[in-house]
Ligand binder design. Sequence first.
Ligand SMILES: NC(=O)c1ccc[n+]([C@@H]2O[C@H](COP(=O)([O-])OP(=O)(O)OC[C@H]3O[C@@H](n4cnc5c(N)ncnc54)[C@H](O)[C@@H]3O)[C@@H](O)[C@H]2O)c1
Ligand SMILES: O=C(O)C[C@H](O)C(=O)O
Length: 312
Amino acid sequence: MKVTVVGAGNVGATCADVLAYREIANEVVLVDIKEGFAEGKALDIWQKSPINLYDTRTTGVTNDYSKTANSDVVVITSGLPRKPGMTRDDLISTNAGIVKSVTENIVKYSPEAIIIVVSNPLDVMTYCAHITSKMPRTKVMGMAGILDTARYRAFLAEELNVSPKDIQAVLMGGHGDTMVPLPRYTTVGGIPVTEMIAEDKLNAIVERTKNGGGELVKLMGTSAWYAPGSAAAQMVEAIVRDQKRVFPVCIKLEGEYGITGTYLGVPVVLGKNGVEKVIELQLNEDEMALLKASEKAVREVMDVLDNMPVNA
Ligand SMILES: NC(=O)c1ccc[n+]([C@@H]2O[C@H](COP(=O)([O-])OP(=O)(O)OC[C@H]3O[C@@H](n4cnc5c(N)ncnc54)[C@H](O)[C@@H]3O)[C@@H](O)[C@H]2O)c1
Ligand SMILES: O=C(O)C[C@H](O)C(=O)O
C-alpha cells in the first residue's frame, strides 16, 4: 500500500510518522512546497526505523507529484494553520487555492486514490477537494470527527479517572464551535455516561470539546498536531486494512439527516472503498436542532468558497 501525505508540516509529518512506525503502509511519500522540507522529514522518519523497528519506506519530494503516482490513499494537510485570535474559517482565502491545486495534482497521478482532507476550514476544504477531484463522495472525506471525539473522550476519562480506552462516543456536525457532541450516545465501559457524571460537569466537558482546537492554539501559538496526525493515520489504517471501522467522518450529505449538499461530520463505516455506509442515528429534537445549526454555519462558509475567484 502506498500513501501520500501532502504538507510535511506539523500534522503531515506526524501522520507520516504514525503510518511508518505502525507499518500501516509499505510506502509513504511526503510532499511539500518548501524546498527540501519533505525530503528532510522523510529522511528523519526513515532513520528512526532501526530504532523503532519498522520497514515502511518513507521518501520526500518538493512538489514533484510524479513520485506520488498510484497512491492508494492521499492525506492533504497542506495549508496555513491558525494563530491565536483567528477562527478556522479565516484560513479559507489561503487554503482554498492550496487545496484546489494539490487535489488537481493528486488526481492527475493517482486517479483511483481515496482522499482524506485535513486542512482547515475542514468541512469546506473537503467540499473544495471533492468538487475539484470529480470523484464519488465516498472517496473524498475530511478528518475532524475522530479528533473532536478523542478530545471529548480524553476530557471525560480525566474527569472520571478511568481509561480513555473505555470511553466510546459519537460527535457530529461541522469542525467548528457548532460541532455536536452527543452525550446520549456516550458510554463508559458500556454504561451511559449520564449515570457516571453530574450534568453540569458533562456540559462543561461538551463546551471544552467544542473549543478544544482553540484551547491548544492559545497555548502554543499554532494549532495541534499529535492528535490530528494520529487521527488521520487511523482513517488511513481503516481504509488500507479494510477494517470497517465506525468513525465520525466529514462527507457530502445526500439526504441523510434531511440534509442535501452540505459537508458535515457523521458516523460512517470506513473500509477499502472509502465511506462504505453513512449511519443515520435517530436524533431527538434537540440534537437535530444542534445539527441543523451546525449545517447552517458550514453552509455559510461553503457559500464563501463558491464566490471565491479560485472557483471561477
Ligand atoms: N482537520 C483537523 O482536525 C485539523 C487539525 C489540525 C490542523 N488542521 C489543519 O491542517 C493544516 C496544517 O496544519 P499544520 O499544523 O501541519 O501546519 P504547518 O504550517 O506545520 O504545515 C503546513 C505545511 O503545508 C505546506 N504547504 C503549503 N502550501 C503547500 C502546497 N501548495 N503544496 C504542498 N505543501 C504546501 C507548508 O510548506 C507547510 O510545511 C492547517 O490548515 C490546519 O488548520 C486541521
Ligand atoms: O484548531 C485548529 O485550528 C486546528 C484543528 O482544527 C484542531 O481542532 O486542532
